[in-house]
Design a binder for this molecule. Structure first.
Ligand code: R5P
Length: 324
């Protein structure tokens, strides 16, 4: 049971996830009035006192990224002016994370700008999931958690009880992630040689590693246009993979991503609910795994000042048993 001075608030970006977390924690969501004026400006009012409370605001900055970010900032401002003890921004998907460095002169580093904005608004702590690059954590000068979903996905793969599997990274940047999966599942890894001739366009030419006759599990952080995983799946089949699954933490699913997944050689695409997936994007090939139990435990432990390491140790132990 959570202590008295605890509040859970949801923005409008992923209320479904917030409701799931609230249900697990057995507490009601604190009511808020969020509205949009005719000119697009956002209004927000917290409808209950939060004085002296430990407040958690759940709001992924997914599409529309700028709107959802602004809503989070306004909500935090409303809270800050209402004398809470602490404000934690729970940002299951951190939008703008991919703009983490300058690759050409005169470009912004938007991931850092967003971190500055969140801190300036008055957030004391952030909880995020699978950041595109872990060093974005260092863009914050307040405590930040970057939660790992690899054990959740590894458990899903292990549950399929398949022999001869290979973990595949769709690009060189994701090799470390594939290695972590491989280590947990005692499976070999392969890497796709992906190039980006321009933003949002993925071009693949080669596979490094042996995938012949194996079931391939593509692992990534984001499925955005689905270009990377669709192209990767097609080349994996060309190189002899028996079947291809794709797992990614964040289902951005922009443009014709769903169509690309449907038409590709992917047998099943699995994402989590860090981003709300509307009904019209659901297809038979898409599966959603909930992060709500892990998020609820994280929020509870943060509130109670308890470590998270033991939770992960438990997950690893469970996985080991499943693999025996
Ligand atoms: C890139 O570095 C990321 O890890 C993802 O592979 C990428 O964002 C996926 O984008 P898309 O689905 O548009 O190919």
């Amino acid at each position: 049971m959570l202590k008295e001075h605890f509040k859970l608030i949801s923005g409008t970006a992923n209320k479904k996830l917030a409701e799931e977390v609230a249900k697990i924690l057995k507490i009601p969501l604190t009511p808020v009035d969020v509205r949009k004026f005719n000119d697009g400006e956002i209004y927000c009012r917290i409808l209950e006192s939060v004085r002296g409370c430990d407040v958690y605001v759940i709001q992924p900055t997914s599409s529309d990224a700028s709107h959802n970010l602004m809503e989070l900032l306004i909500m935090v401002d409303a809270l800050k002016r209402s004398s809470p003890d602490k404000i934690t921004a729970v940002i299951p998907y951190y939008g703008y994370c991919r703009q983490d460095k300058k690759t050409k002169p005169r470009e912004p580093i938007t991931a850092k700008l967003v971190a500055n904005m969140i801190e300036t608004a008055g957030v004391d702590r952030v909880i995020m999931f699978d950041l595109h690059v872990a060093q974005v954590q260092g863009f914050f000068d307040i405590p930040s958690d970057n939660l790992d979903v690899i054990p959740i996905f590894a458990d899903y793969i292990a549950g399929k009880k398949l022999k001869d599997i290979v973990i595949v990274s769709p690009d060189a940047g994701g090799a470390a992630r594939a290695r972590s999966f491989g280590k947990l599942l005692n499976a070999p890894i392969a890497i796709i040689d992906k190039r980006r001739p321009e933003q949002n366009v993925a071009q693949v030419e080669n596979v490094i590693g042996d995938v012949k006759g194996k079931t391939a599990f593509l692992v990534d952080d984001i499925i955005d246009t689905a270009g990377s995983i669709a192209e990767a799946a097609n080349i994996l089949v060309k190189f002899g993979a028996k079947e291809v699954y794709a797992l990614a933490t964040h289902g951005v699913l922009s443009d014709s991503a769903i169509e690309k997944i449907s038409k590709s050689s992917i047998k099943e695409a699995i994402v989590t609910n860090t981003i709300n997936i509307p009904k019209d994007k659901m297809t038979s090939k898409l599966k959603i795994i909930s992060i709500a139990p892990l998020l609820a435990e994280t929020i509870k432990r943060t509130h109670e000042g308890l470590p998270m390491g033991v939770v992960y140790e438990e997950m690893y132990k469970k996985l080991e048993k499943k693999l025996k």
